[in-house]
Design a protein around this ligand. Structure first.
Ligand SMILES: [Zn+2]
Length: 81
């Protein structure tokens, strides 16, 4: 496996740093050299996979609530007959 090195200083120490570049409406994460600060890559601040997992969990929770409401409505309907 190749060893990642900074294109500017040649060192191999990288870190994640929060950043909001000028004219950007969103925070980003820079992968930067921990020695000289040269930016090697940029990532979304919010991980899309984690966000999808949260949304999926919420959809499941809402689905369960709808099932419970349907069951209660069926019981009310039965009681009114
Ligand atoms: Zn560097």
């Amino acid at each position: 496996m190749a060893w990642s090195t900074c294109a500017k200083c040649g060192k191999s120490n990288f870190e994640m740093v929060e950043a909001t570049p000028r004219n950007s409406a969103f925070k980003l994460l820079y992968v930067q050299c921990a020695i000289c600060g040269a930016v090697a890559g940029v990532m979304d601040y919010v991980n899309p996979g984690s966000l999808l997992q949260l949304l999926g969990n919420e959809v499941d929770r809402q689905g369960q609530m709808l099932t419970e409401i349907k069951e209660e409505l069926a019981q009310i309907k039965k009681a009114l007959k």
